[in-house]
Design a protein around this ligand. Structure first.
Ligand code: NAI
Length: 332
C-alpha cells in the first residue's frame, strides 16, 4: 500500500522511515500542504497522511477520493481542519493519533508560563551583552496562584498535575467530568468562575464551533486584571484582535501562544527573509509581554516516535481490514 505525506519536514521523514521498517509501506513525501490544488498529487496512493495545517475541506476530500484515496491518516490529535462529513460521504475513514505525548504539550505550556513570568528570554539576551541589571525582570511565585484550565482531557490533566506539584490551586472547566482530574485535585467550576478567579488561564480544549473565539472581548472583560493567558490548543480559540485590545488596556498582563488562528500562512516555514503581511500577528509580536512559539509544543523525540508508530499502525489496520481504533467519528 502506498501513502502520500503532505507538509513533510525532514524530521517527519526520519521518524516515519524508521517506523516503516516494521511495516514496509511505499511512502512518498511531499513538502507541499494538502489543498484542493495539491490533492491530485496523491496519484497511486490509497492513503493520504496530513498534519495540522493541511486543509481537508469538502472540495479537497472529493478530489482525494477521485484520485483513489481510501484513507485519510492524520499525524496529529486535532482534526478541526478536516471536513468529517465530506469524508464520510466520500467513504474515506479518518484516523488520527489521539495521544502521542500529553507530556510534550503540558511541559511546553509550563515553559511558556515560566518564561513569561520570569522573563528568561530577556535575561538571556541581557546577560549575553554583559547587562546584569534586574530592572523589568521581576516575576511572581507560581506557588499559591490560581490556574484555570479549560479542557481537562489528556493534556489538561498532565498540566494540572504539574501545576499541583508547583503548589498552585487548579480550577477546571470541561463539558465532561473526568474522575482522574478530580483525583489530581482539580476543582471543577463554571466557566464564569474560572474566568473571574484565575491568575493564569490555559486552553486545552479542542477547536469546535462551541469553542471558536472562546477568548473574546466579553470573556476577557470577565478575567482578572493582569491575567496570564496561555494557548497551546488551537489558534482560533482566541480572537487575536480581542487579545490585542486586552493587551493594550492591560487587562491581559501576559499572553503565551503556541498556536495562532492564521498560522497556516506562517508556521513551520523560515520566513525570516520575507515580509510578513499579517498585521495582527505582527502587532502581537510588538508587545513585551507576549511570547509566541510556532506550534512546537508537540515537538519532542518521544512524541514524534509515537506519532510515526501510531500513524503507520492505523494505516496497517486499515490495510488489513481490521477495526480502526483511532477512527474519528462524526461526533469527534
Ligand atoms: P482530549 O480529547 O484528551 O481533551 C480535550 C478535552 O476538552 C476533553 O476533556 C473535552 O471534554 C474538553 N472539551 C471539549 N469541548 C469543550 C468545551 N466546549 N469546553 C470545555 N472543554 C471542552 O485532547 P488532548 O489530547 O488533551 O488535546 C487538547 C487539544 O490540544 C487538542 O484538541 C489540540 O487542539 C491541542 N493540541 C495541541 C498541540 C500543540 O502542539 N500545540 C499538540 C496536541 C494537541
Amino acid at each position: 500500500m502506498k501513502i502520500t505525506f503532505f507538509s513533510t519536514k525532514p524530521y517527519d521523514k526520519t521518524f516515519f522511515d524508521n517506523a516503516n521498517k516494521a511495516f514496509g509501506f511505499s511512502m512518498e513525501y511531499l513538502d507541499l500542504p494538502l489543498s484542493p490544488h495539491t490533492a491530485q498529487l496523491v496519484s497511486g496512493s490509497e492513503a493520504a497522511c496530513i498534519f495540522v495545517n493541511d486543509r481537508a475541506d469538502a472540495e479537497t476530500v472529493n478530489r482525494l477520493a477521485k484520485a483513489g484515496v481510501r484513507l485519510l491518516a492524520l499525524r496529529c490529535a486535532g482534526f478541526n481542519n478536516v471536513d468529517l462529513k465530506a469524508c464520510q460521504q466520500a467513504g474515506i475513514p479518518v484516523v488520527r493519533v489521539p495521544a502521542y505525548s500529553p507530556y510534550s504539550v503540558a511541559e511546553h505550556t509550563l515553559a511558556l508560563m515560566l518564561t513569561l513570568n520570569r522573563k528568561t528570554h530577556r535575561a538571556y539576551n541581557r546577560v549575553k551583552e554583559g547587562n546584569f541589571s534586574l530592572d523589568g525582570l521581576m516575576g511572581f511565585d507560581l506557588h499559591g496562584k490560581t490556574v484555570g484550565l479549560i479542557g481537562l482531557g489528556k493534556i489538561g490533566r498532565v498540566t494540572a498535575q504539574i501545576l499541583k506539584g508547583l503548589g498552585c490551586r487548579v480550577l477546571g472547566y470541561d463539558v465532561a467530568t473526568h474522575p482522574e482530574a478530580l483525583a489530581i485535585g482539580v476543582e471543577y467550576v463554571p466557566l464564569q468562575t474560572l474566568l473571574s478567579t484565575s491568575d493564569i488561564i490555559s486552553l486545552h480544549c479542542p477547536l469546535t464551533p462551541e469553542t471558536y473565539h472562546l477568548v473574546n472581548r466579553d470573556t476577557i472583560k470577565q478575567m482578572k486584571k493582569g491575567v496570564m493567558i496561555i494557548n497551546t490548543g488551537r489558534g482560533a480559540l482566541i480572537d487575536a484582535k480581542a487579545a490585542i485590545w486586552g493587551l493594550k488596556n492591560e487587562q491581559i498582563g501576559y499572553l503565551g501562544l503556541d498556536v495562532y488562528e492564521e498560522e497556516a500562512d506562517l508556521f513551520f516555514e523560515d520566513l525570516s527573509a520575507r515580509v510578513i503581511k499579517d498585521d495582527t500577528f505582527m502587532r502581537l509580536l510588538t508587545f513585551p509581554n507576549v511570547l509566541i512559539t510556532g506550534h512546537q509544543a508537540f515537538f519532542t523525540q518521544n512524541a514524534l516516535l509515537n506519532i510515526a508508530e501510531t500513524t503507520l499502525h492505523n494505516i496497517h489496520a486499515f490495510a488489513q481490514g481490521k477495526p480502526l481504533e483511532n477512527e474519528v467519528g462524526l461526533m469527534g
